[in-house]
Design a protein around this ligand. Structure first.
Ligand SMILES: O=C(O)C1=C[C@@H](OP(=O)(O)O)[C@@H](O)[C@H](O)C1
Ligand SMILES: C=C(OP(=O)(O)O)C(=O)O
Length: 431
């Protein structure tokens, strides 16, 4: 993909469904009795991988694009797949499904693409094994492929040293099949879609805040009930158009249907701290997740510090925030974000390499980066390393860089935002 700078972006963008919620809606729908109707499902490659995994385990799923119908068969209704479950590029599919598979009476093997099979799975293997699960990294390196065999599960109280919704969710899902209650404590509250949605499906689940951190507790469950779900727009996808509206001169963009769950909305607080002009138009709270339409106007940004409990609320947005910081006056420091190293790529490295190519002043650190802003950006050949977030963040950087920017392997945006480039072109054409 080749991109040139632009002088103005105007128009309205409707954001596709939230990736985290779309995965969960299919998974919980498959485990519920009766029909689950999902409106606004994200038709991204990661979520389609989740659909395929459950279809392979005997769940009938009608994908009608706007609406996905999951004909759930109950907590004990899955059947043994005839081959390896392919979780493709999706960490969420792999880790959450492992919690479910740990409680099944049949053996399964999970494997993904080259990136997925290098991501750490020890973080779920350890707690699931403590619950009694029989789960093995077949390559012996703590990564997928994973083999999961039948076992009796016991409730545990697990204290996690990372704030990870995937770890928390894997444990809570295994907890549905355990013989007593299961709790997970995490140092900071990570995204809470599993808790909100499982409760809506009928699970007994409580969330509390203690001195040790955020605690979620689930009781073993006999039945979940099919639901009608309206998936809000993904704030992680909205992030690219928020940034585009702020950076491109003379811009005014309305971004509709953005999920603003406080465990996800860190980018909005950061933009505000950087001096962004963002107005909340209509706010709603239908279907258990808050959403808003946002009006974003071109703004003069300044540097900020991003750390601590903010990090889990914006972890996937850091590549985009780094580009914003490169265009802001002064210094931005991002710390406590070592988790960036274990995403689809090591995002500290891939952001640093590509921002440097465009002329930014960035120093990587062990748990983040320091960016001294407002060096002029110039077009470059960007290696996305097949990481969708890198491809999209640098496509937006290209809009304010001199000359032409080439994004290599840009089709990886299909993982979370298949319409990304069409939407971007539409905004430019409206000028
Ligand atoms: O639970 C989820 O849906 C996700 C949790 C986050 O990962 P971690 O749990 O590894 O932080 C996030 O980066 C990922 O894109 C989606
Ligand atoms: C990290 C991400 O996803 P996952 O962990 O599901 O692969 C992401 O979408 O940025």
């Amino acid at each position: 993909m080749k991109l040139k700078p632009t002088t103005k972006l105007r128009g309205t963008v409707t954001i596709p469904g939230d990736k985290s919620i779309s995965h969960r809606a299919v998974m919980f729908g498959a485990l519920a009795n009766g029909l689950t109707e999902i409106h606004g499902f994200l038709q991204g490659a990661d979520c389609l991988a989740t659909i395929d995994c459950f279809a392979q385990m005997g769940i009938s799923i009608e994908n009608n694009q706007d609406t996905v119908l999951v004909h759930g068969k109950g907590l004990r209704g899955l059947r043994r797949p005839s081959s390896v479950l392919d979780t493709k590029n999706s960490g969420t599919t792999t880790r959450l499904i492992s919690g479910i598979l740990a409680g099944q009476p049949f053996e399964t093997t999970l494997s993904g693409d080259a990136s997925l099979n290098t991501r750490p799975m020890g973080r779920i293997i350890t707690p699931l094994s403590m619950m009694g699960a029989d789960i093995t990294s077949l390559s012996g390196n703590g990564c997928a492929p994973l083999r999961i065999r039948p076992a009796d599960l016991h409730g545990i109280s697990y204290s996690s040293n990372i704030a990870s919704a995937q770890v928390k969710s894997a444990i809570l899902l295994a907890g549905l099949y355990a013989d007593s209650e299961t709790s997970v404590t995490e140092p900071e509250l990570s995204r809470d879609h599993t808790e909100r949605l499982l409760r809506a499906f009928g699970a007994e689940l409580t969330s509390t805040k203690t001195d040790a951190g955020a605690v979620s507790m689930i009781r073993p469950c006999n039945e979940l009930f099919g639901q009608k779900i309206f998936v809000p727009g993904d704030i992680s996808s909205a992030a690219y158009f928020i940034a585009a509206g702020l950076l491109v001169p003379h811009s005014e963009i309305v971004i509709k249907n953005v999920g603003i769950n406080p465990t996800r909305a860190g980018i909005l607080s950061v933009c505000e701290a950087m001096g962004a002009d963002i107005t909340y138009l209509s706010k709603t709270n239908d279907g258990g997740e808050p959403t808003a339409d946002l009006l974003v106007r071109t703004s003069e940004l300044h540097g900020t510090v991003i750390e601590g409990s903010q990090i889990p609320t914006l972890i996937d947005e850091i590549p985009m925030i780094a580009v914003l910081a490169a265009c802001a006056e002064g210094t931005t420091i991002i710390r406590d974000a070592a988790e960036l190293k274990v995403k689809e790529t090591n995002r500290i490295d891939t952001v640093t390499e590509n921002l440097k190519k465009m002329g930014a002043d960035i120093t990587p650190t062990d748990d983040g980066m320091i960016i001294r802003g407002k060096t002029p950006l110039h077009g470059a050949v960007i290696n996305s390393y097949f990481d969708h977030r890198i491809a999209m963040a640098f496509s937006i950087a290209a809009l304010v860089a001199d000359g032409t920017t080439t994004i290599q392997n840009s089709s990886c945006v299909d993982v979370s935002y298949p319409d990304f480039y069409r939407t971007l072109y539409h905004l430019r054409e409206e000028n």
